[in-house]
Design a protein around this ligand. Structure first.
Ligand code: PEP
Ligand code: MN
Length: 337
């Protein structure tokens, strides 16, 4: 339950209500909302106390959460929220953010080239996997900590913040040492709760990809883990789900965009690269994602896709990325974004 206080309610009212909840054994969390006081009751509120709160002069309304998440519920904030990473703002009506870069960091030269491609195209953040989740143990596993260093150096040279996937909390010191600006939790790890708890406390923003077969409710529960354990912002990333269809790598579920707008205040981006798995499909899916309300895109680009050590078939060329960035801005403008 979310407890929305009246604009005139004071800090003393807030503390009093927190005290009433605590006395009833109900944990609560304060919303960071600035415009008014909002509290989330983590546990169920006993009927008697709920009635008392409804009649409390300081309380505007009690809003039931749509699921068992609290901090990420739409009602926990007055408006949709944004996440700032370096100079980039994702969400809350900011121009569509484009995260671009190779699937994996393969070496210094290709990473530097990729960073220039991303910057010249107008992307706002550079991506590159250093710890790669590969289905086959014999496939390229990533360059590890050295990959993070190359990614950060390339990002700095291009003036772009960087994001990279973390697969195990034991890798966190490498991410912090290298100054990685944003952590990515991959689809295969969306419900690795030990990982979510272990990395959230670093206070960095996190891109949380939707699990291969995760429901929206499961996805939001995972986002709640991050929010509850101190993540410096959570960005949801729809990256396609498993369906019966085999013509594409996954099926891009654009339905979640308007749905998540109603259920959560968090920014939502779309990764059409891992959804489609086919480079030629990505421009149309990118336009559709922005038209359906995505706050940004995450796409893979490679200076020489044929040489890519992972996901070459879905890697865009420089010119294709530039066009996607322009079209994303255009679509957002047409829709009044
Ligand atoms: C990736 O972004 O490199 C990746 C592995 O994506 P996903 O976790 O969505 O499969
Ligand atoms: Mn990839």
């Amino acid at each position: 339950m979310i407890i929305d206080l009246r604009p005139a309610a004071t800090a003393a009212d807030l503390a009093r209500i927190e005290g009433q909840l605590a006395a009833a054994g109900v944990r609560s969390a304060r919303s960071p909302e600035q415009s008014r006081h909002i509290l989330a009751a983590i546990d169920g509120i006993p009927d008697g106390l709920a009635r008392a709160l409804e009649g409390d002069a300081a309380v505007s309304r009690l809003v039931p959460c749509r699921g068992s998440w609290r901090r990420v519920d739409r009602a926990f904030m007055a408006r949709p929220t944004s996440v700032r990473i370096g100079g980039l703002t994702i969400g809350a009506g900011a121009p569509p953010a484009v995260i671009a870069g190779p699937c994996g960091v393969e070496g210094r030269r290709m990473m530097d080239e990729s960073a220039r491609i991303a910057r010249d195209a107008g992307a706002g953040m550079l991506r590159g996997g250093a710890f790669k989740p590969r289905t086959s143990p014999y496939s390229f596993q990533g360059l590890g900590a050295e990959g993070l260093r190359l990614l950060k150096a390339a990002g700095e040279a291009a003036g772009l913040p960087v994001v990279s996937e973390i697969m195990d909390a034991s890798q966190l010191p490498h991410f912090l040492e290298c100054g990685i600006d944003c952590l990515q939790v991959g689809a295969r790890n969306m419900q690795n709760f030990t990982l979510l708890k272990g990395i959230a406390s670093a206070g960095l923003p996190v891109v949380l990809k939707r699990g291969l077969s995760a429901t929206v409710a499961e996805w939001l529960q995972s986002a709640e883990y991050l929010a509850a354990h101190g993540a410096g912002g959570v960005i949801l990333c729809e990256r396609g789900i498993r369906t019966f269809e085999t013509a594409t790598r996954n099926t891009l579920d654009l339905t979640v965009l308007p749905l998540l707008r109603e259920w959560t205040h968090l920014p939502v981006i779309v990764d059409p690269s891992h959804a489609a798995g086919i480079a030629s499909l990505i421009p149309a899916l990118s336009r559709a994602a922005v038209a359906a309300g995505a706050d940004g895109l995450a796409v893979e680009v490679h200076p020489r896709p044929r040489e890519a050590r992972s996901d070459g078939a879905q890697a865009l060329l420089a010119g294709e990325l530039a066009r996607i960035v322009q079209e994303a801005r255009l679509v957002a403008c047409v829709l009044g974004g």
